[in-house]
Design a protein around this ligand. Structure first.
Ligand code: CP
Length: 302
């Protein structure tokens, strides 16, 4: 008795991608959420502000009950597996589990383990592998700002190697027909060549920004990096930071994204993050609407 899940961009049909983005933009424009009935478990095994709060707010605004599970106080500390935690929640009647995990693929494995239960699993970010709702909300924020990514040039800058956001975003922007996808960053923070098919790789940020319609800045994800094969501090900012000087060369219609959390003065200058070209807080706001659309898509409506 499996249910629909939201695990990876690659699993979503084109019409589902379009429906989720369009519904998020509609909700952001003032459409009424459709009341849902059910219970959601919020299971974050890694730190989060934006994703956790926006999923929980979205659920509450739809009339769903939210149970937040603190991993430090759960029976996972006594050796219980994620699969057994999931089965325990499903046996209590939980309708959806929003899961963030440090390990690649854990939400997908949980969904497979719960195939006999009527519970939806939503990936809120797994390891370096995927963050599908972030990619969808970014596309929705761009659409709300009047940018349709089809045929546009999108440059992603920074630590792409350890970024689940970059992987989901590149997958989504390909599906949405982006014209040119570019990545730029220190060699130690770029993915292996086999992940870069159809993507232009730059070792010079100014060249990567030339003609960009959308620039996505990423922080260095130190919590997932084992080697120190990259410049740090001022050297990183000088080579790979979206500085005020670099931002001044962007086209006036270009928009700047950052999934957060932002390290001001490292990957982006503070006044660029706060500029009129920046969609950083529009992304955060859209996160609530996109996740509302996800619950409407997955959970029984009243
Ligand atoms: N973008 C993002 O996933 O932020 P959080 O880690 O704060 O949820």
């Amino acid at each position: 008795m499996s249910r629909r899940h939201l695990l990876e961009i690659e699993d979503l049909a084109d019409d589902s991608i379009e429906a989720l983005i369009a519904r998020a933009v509609e909700l952001a424009g003032g459409a009424r959420p459709r009341a849902c009935r059910g219970e959601v478990a919020s299971l974050f095994c890694e730190a989060s502000t934006r994703t956790r709060v926006s999923f929980e707010l979205a659920a509450q605004r739809l009339g769903l009950s939210v149970v937040r599970i603190d991993p430090a106080l759960s029976s996972s500390t006594k050796g219980e597996s994620l699969a057994d935690t999931g089965r325990t929640l499903a046996a209590m009647g939980i309708d959806a589990i929003v899961v963030r995990h440090t390990a690649d693929g854990e939400p997908g494995r949980l969904a497979a383990d719960l195939a006999d239960w009527p519970v939806a699993v939503i990936n809120a970010g797994d390891g370096v592998r995927g963050h599908p709702t972030q990619a969808l909300l970014d596309a929705a924020a761009l659409r709300e700002a009047g940018i349709d990514v089809a045929d546009r040039t999108i440059t992603i800058v920074g630590d792409i190697r350890h970024s689940r956001v970059a992987r989901s975003s590149l997958a989504l922007y390909r599906r949405l027909g982006a014209g040119r996808l570019r990545v730029a960053g220190p060699p130690g923070l770029l993915p292996d060549e086999d992940e870069l098919a159809g993507i232009d790789r730059f070792d010079d940020l100014d060249a990567a920004l030339d003609g960009a319609d959308v620039v996505v800045c990423l922080r260095i994800q130190r919590e997932r990096i084992r080697s120190r094969d990259y410049p740090d501090g001022e050297a990183y900012h000088a080579a790979w930071g979206l500085t005020r000087q670099r931002a001044a060369h962007l086209a006036s219609h270009a928009r700047i994204l950052h999934p957060g959390p932002v390290n001001r003065g490292v990957e982006i200058d503070s006044d660029v993050a706060d500029s009129t070209q920046s969609l950083i807080l529009a992304q955060v706001r859209m996160g609530v609407y996109l996740r509302t659309a996800v619950f409407e898509w997955l959970i029984r409506q009243v």
